[in-house]
Write a protein that binds this ligand. Structure first.
Ligand code: ADP
Ligand code: MG
Length: 849
């Protein structure tokens, strides 16, 4: 019944605000879009989804100007057709415009708002419990109860998502300008943010056309004169008359050889203090609503109602954690006297958000602990056998992680664990060990990957290891031959009595084969199945699924949570999610707070670090010569295709052209293969197999290879058009080499990198540590921006919390949440009512993501 702004709305706004660098979403906008399309159906009409997909397809390949155009087209398509209303971009502070989003004015508005999206519509978390002598009802009253807010303003505020007085109190400033420094005019220096108190001595109107009217007001104090320049506000001449005492704030600039303030904020001296002379908040706006108006409304609301917000955090806890009271925090947020004070206010409100997150995540874990999952301890001997016959010894990091997983799998409640490990860190062996533990205990395990190519790679690398411990491959054609297997209700004890089998199940197989595998899974005749995520999405009926391993690679920074529920009857399966996306730890703990985390933080021994070289555009020939030299030594190379603008929907034309050129004139004597997204799975597989066994020496590929291909003999990765890839993507691509013992190289070619692209290339060339790059990326982009990078209800609930390197605030929230839940796990006590509401509201957003 309500039109919720789609998460894409906010992402597009951020992308625009960030200069269309395609780095607002981990993996790039195109990758995000694939995921988005799968979930958008509920919020966006199908035709619009298609239009958006067309507009943003191949986004990474576009020039910045084209990117802007395409975003505009996508924003248009995103907008509910009824709301031909406010435009998104042109508002001064680039506040994301939000479609009207009616919200019921209930007594618990935060719970009624299921929008995991645009900032202005998000509800405050945890309003306080009623406090004696304070009128709570006033907070839930309409904005029209604020003085000076009539129907027109009510409508404007509503477009910002502000319906009640409470909404107004928690409207988060985007940033601040510190105008608290008041100086005599003689002491004004260019570049300073200053406030002056002066009298108007002269009014000058620029003569001529009214295209851009310029009004210059000369003011003076005892120490000197200064010009204030206003553009397109000719009516100000009526207010800023000669003789009037005013206060003006702004950044001092030199205009026409003289110092002045351009477009300053100003107020009559008699009533100054809202827009000048203090730390002035800059709020998100919508078209038609001015900054000054909003500031005035909010300041008045704070003065009148801040005390009513109450505080769900007991004062003893506040004292222990060094937090402001909530009312104080609201006052500081909007009216703080210094940036430090404002920051303390924000920190307190951020704490409330982190506390809600923690309560949500911890209660989710508690709930999970009460659910029954298979205890897989019986598989330990088989797991030991599996590990013993691997062709390498597990690294300490792998061993630790295997033990963490094993402990979870041998408990009777479902595991929900995230395994992070940089590319090449050896996650496959860990997944194999978990799957074998499961099979050995008589349950089925599914190992899933985002693409068939990757599914097959898991299969290729684990099949020999499984066969070494007695597994057989299940061949669909032989399905009939093994129908004499034990009944599907076989108990673990029977495992020893029959042959364990593994199988492959992917979309590209013949329907009859797929049916045979699915049938055998349903009958319990297959113990480990390798496939794509479709395995789960198609709801293949497993006889007794015990473990689902999901290799997400780097597709999303945030994991989808709900897909696995209901895949099996009976006990809930364990889940292990693997990702190669390096996420800074603090961020990971927020993004996936409800998951246990394991990290493989060391690469297997003997790896040569990958040497990354950023070449000049005219060094292409040198790069090719280098490739040739390595191939002369019996090694292999990837050449990643530049993303080109002409490429329509897909990357294949560019890859095909490059392949022709390289095979035809650069490396006519070598075998140059081609791999792109348009090829049929069987073709891709054949090419990969040829590359793997060395029949192809150079593989020209699009980013289809970026996920998890493992060819140890490949030692050179040449990335053409490297400036068009994001940081994470470059790092992922580079991870395709350096998997064997030979020294490996990544060569970056960029024709004309922008400044930000150059920064990226520099960073990638400087370090090979994915986590360090991620931290750096986080730092480069600043804390606020990072939340735009991920689509997740969890983060979308945040208006005040920021996650940077500092784990302090999170730890503090975790501490408090643990203490609260230890005493009152259901949050049933009256004193925890507000906390429970906050956690519930959080859950409503997070679990929808
Ligand atoms: P990823 O974490 O990217 O999935 P893989 O599991 O594909 O990494 O492992 C990368 C390569 O490292 C593979 O060739 C694998 O056989 C090898 N490998 C994994 N663990 C070890 C180890 N402990 N010692 C040596 N090589 C290992
Ligand atoms: Mg892998």
């Amino acid at each position: 019944m309500t039109a919720h702004p789609d998460p894409l709305t906010r992402i597009l706004a951020l992308e625009l605000a960030n200069g269309c660098r395609d780095d607002v979403v981990i993996g790039g906008l195109s990758a995000f879009l694939l995921h988005w399309r799968a979930t958008a159906a509920t919020t966006v009409p199908a035709a619009a989804v298609d239009a958006i997909a067309r507009a943003l397809g191949e986004y990474a390949a576009l020039s910045p100007a084209d990117r802007k155009r395409r975003i505009a087209a996508a924003q248009l398509a995103l907008r509910p057709s009824s709301a031909a209303g406010p435009a998104a971009a042109p508002v001064a502070d680039a506040a994301p415009s939000t479609p009207t989003h009616p919200r019921r004015a209930t007594t618990q508005p935060r719970q009624a708002t299921p929008t995991p999206s645009a900032a202005p519509t998000r509800p405050p978390i945890g309003a306080g419990p009623p406090e004696r002598g304070v009128d709570q009802g006033a907070l839930d009253a309409s904005v029209t109860t604020l003085s000076g807010v009539g129907a027109k303003l009510r409508a404007d505020l509503e477009r910002l998502g502000l319906r009640t007085v409470r909404d107004v109190l928690f409207h988060a400033p985007l940033r601040y300008r510190d105008f608290s420094r008041q100086v005599p005019i003689a002491r004004v220096r260019p570049g300073d943010e200053v406030t002056i108190g002066a009298r108007v001595v002269e009014v000058r109107r620029a003569p001529g056309k009214a295209v851009r009217s310029v009004l210059t007001i000369v003011v003076a104090d005892d120490t000197g004169r200064l010009a204030l320049t206003f553009f397109n506000q000719p009516y100000l001449a009526n207010e800023l008359r000669v003789g009037r005492a005013i206060v003006a704030s702004g950044r001092a600039e030199v205009v026409g050889g003289r110092i002045g303030l351009a477009s300053p904020e100003w107020e009559p001296a008699a009533s100054a203090g809202t827009h000048t002379g203090r730390v002035v908040p800059i709020y998100p706006l919508v078209a038609g609503l001015g900054q000054r108006t909003l500031r005035r409304i909010i300041a008045a609301a704070v003065a009148q109602h801040a005390d009513a917000v109450g505080d769900p955090v007991p004062s003893a806890v506040r004292a222990a954690e060094g937090l402001l009271g909530r009312a104080e925090a609201v006052r500081a947020l909007h009216l703080g006297a210094s940036l430090a004070e404002v920051e303390r206010g924000r920190a307190r409100l951020a704490f409330d958000e982190l506390l809600a997150l923690q309560l949500w995540a911890r209660r989710r874990r508690l709930a999970r602990a009460a659910v029954l999952a298979p205890d897989l301890s019986a598989g330990r001997p088989l797991q030991r056998a599996f590990i013993a016959q691997l062709p390498f010894t597990l690294t300490d990091a792998q061993e630790r992680v295997v033990a963490e997983i094993e402990a979870d799998l041998c408990a009777a409640s479902p595991m929900s664990r995230l395994l992070q490990g940089d590319v090449g860190s050896g996650k496959t062996a860990v997944a194999g060990a978990a799957a074998v533990l499961c099979a050995g205990a008589g349950f089925q395990a599914a190992i899933m990957a985002p693409t068939e190519l990757l599914a097959d790679q898991h299969l290729r690398s684990l099949a020999p290891r499984l066969e070494a411990i007695g597994f057989e491959r299940f061949e669909p054609d032989l399905a009939r031959a093994i129908t004499h297997d034990p009944a599907p209700d076989a108990t673990p004890e029977h495992v020893d009595g029959r042959t364990l089998r593994y199988a492959r199940l992917v979309g590209g197989m013949k329907p009859s084969e797929k049916a045979a595998v699915a049938e055998a899974l349903g009958r319990g005749a297959i113990d480990i199945v390798f496939g794509t995520h479709a395995l789960i999405q198609d709801r293949v009926a497993f006889a007794r699924l015990g473990l689902a391993v999901i290799d997400e690679q780097h597709r999303f920074g945030v994991l989808q949570r709900s897909t696995l529920a209901g895949a099996a009857d009976g006990p809930t399966p364990h889940t292990l999610i693997m990702t190669a996306t390096p996420i800074p730890r603090t961020l990971a703990h927020v993004l996936n707070a409800d998951l246990e985390q394991s990290v493989i933080d060391r690469l297997p021994p003997g790896r040569q670090p990958i040497r990354t070289l950023w070449l000049k555009p005219d060094e292409r020939a040198r790069a090719y010569a280098f490739v040739r030299q390595r191939i002369g030594q019996g090694e292999q190379a990837f050449i990643v295709c530049p993303l080109v603008e002409e490429s329509e929907r897909i990357d294949s034309p560019a890859a095909t052209t490059l392949h022709e050129r390289l095979q035809g004139s650069v490396f006519p004597d070598l075998h140059v293969g081609l791999l792109h997204g348009r090829m049929r799975p069987s073709e891709k597989e054949a090419v990969m197999a040829d590359f793997q066994r060395g029949a192809i020496q150079i593989l020209v590929a699009t980013t289809v290879i970026e996920v998890g291909i493992d060819v140890p003999n490949a030692t050179v990765m040449l990335i053409d058009g490297a400036d068009r890839f994001g940081l994470a993507q470059l790092h992922q691509l580079r991870g395709r080499v350096g998997r064997g013992r030979a020294e490996s190289f990544c060569l970056l070619l960029a024709d004309d990198p922008s400044r930000t692209a150059a920064e990226r290339l520099q960073a990638v060339a400087a370090t090979s540590d994915g986590l360090a790059l991620a931290e750096r990326d986080l730092a480069l982009r600043g804390p606020g921006d990072y939340f735009g990078t991920v689509q997740a209800g969890v983060i979308d609930r945040f208006r005040f919390a920021r996650i940077v390197g500092d784990p302090g605030p999170l730890a503090s929230a975790a501490r408090v949440a643990a203490a609260v839940l230890a005493r009152d796990p259901a949050l049933a006590l009256a004193e925890h009512e507000a906390l429970r509401a906050a956690a519930d509201a959080f859950a409503a957003g997070a679990e929808r993501a």
